[in-house]
Design a binder for this molecule. Structure first.
Ligand code: ZN
Length: 269
């Protein structure tokens, strides 16, 4: 598998460099900074998103998705990318097989609990890590970002816009990070709740998915495919149906001022 991968990487290196040069340009302001809870989809399509990696479960998941000709989106943190021994190969493997890799900050800080400058510095660092030498492949796909905990502020939103990133939130959260839930609970919830174009929030390295010798994520993927869903990576924001963009919520409706939501800073989550 590894040998095959290295060979594939070498043979496509030149064409990828060309692709980077020819396709990486900032997308228009109309799309940059857009916030999505769901992607308008014509077909019966789902967008599985996996946060907080890479970690031990990431590569096996990529392998299984590839086996099933399914695609997903990974929101990596800079810190996890640095601590994961094989992160460069995971990033490249994800890219080469058509998955999307987006930014999830560097230290996974909650933007509502830190100074704007701290969050901006953290995201600068996270973005530099994703674009670092050895991860150059990630460059053209870093068009998506997800704020840690889904917590946006106006300054973080402005940072995303400055960096030509669109924001992927979610419409289906099966809480695979919660204590006391089983993989079966999570899978049942997802299969019952998703609709076409849903963005599903998942964490492949959550203990929930370590059940059944780590095969429970495979079961989720099998179940969704059996239900007739096509599993896709997030499209480039430019490719999201332009007509539907206008129907999406305006940023003002998406992130309230944290001071209004949690007037007492001590009570913030
Ligand atoms: Zn996260």
């Amino acid at each position: 598998m590894k040998l095959f991968f290295l060979k594939a990487a070498a043979s496509t290196a030149a064409s990828r460099i060309l692709a980077v040069l020819t396709t990486f340009k900032p997308f228009s302001d109309r799309v940059s900074g857009r916030i999505y809870f769901r992607i308008p989809a014509l077909e019966r399509t789902l967008y599985l998103t996996f946060d907080d990696g890479p970690g031990p479960a990431t590569q096996p998941l990529i392998d299984y998705l590839n086996l099933k000709q399914a695609r997903a989106t990974f929101f990596f943190t800079g810190e996890a990318t640095e601590s994961c021994r094989e992160s460069a190969s995971v990033l490249t493997a994800a890219r080469l097989s058509g998955h999307e890799v987006g930014l999830h900050g560097y230290r996974h800080l909650n933007a509502w609990h830190h100074r704007a400058s701290t969050i901006e510095d953290d995201h600068d660092r996270g973005l530099r890590r994703l674009l670092a030498p050895g991860n150059a492949d990630a460059e053209i796909t870093t068009t998506w970002a997800r704020p840690p905990y889904g917590r946006l502020t106006r300054s973080l939103y402005a940072w995303y816009k400055r960096n030509s990133l669109a924001v992927a939130l979610w419409d289906v959260d099966p809480a695979d990070y919660s204590d006391g839930v089983t993989a079966a609970d999570v899978i049942r919830y997802i299969r019952k709740t998703v609709r076409s174009g849903s963005l599903v929030l998942l964490h492949e390295n959550s203990p929930v998915w370590a059940e059944e010798n780590g095969t429970s994520l495979d079961r989720l993927i099998d179940g969704l495919i059996a239900d007739g869903w096509k599993l896709e990576a997030l499209p480039h924001p430019r490719e999201v149906f332009p007509d539907a963009l206008e129907a999406l919520p305006h940023p003002r409706e998406v992130f309230p001022d944290p001071r209004e939501v949690f007037p007492d800073p001590e009570k913030r989550p």
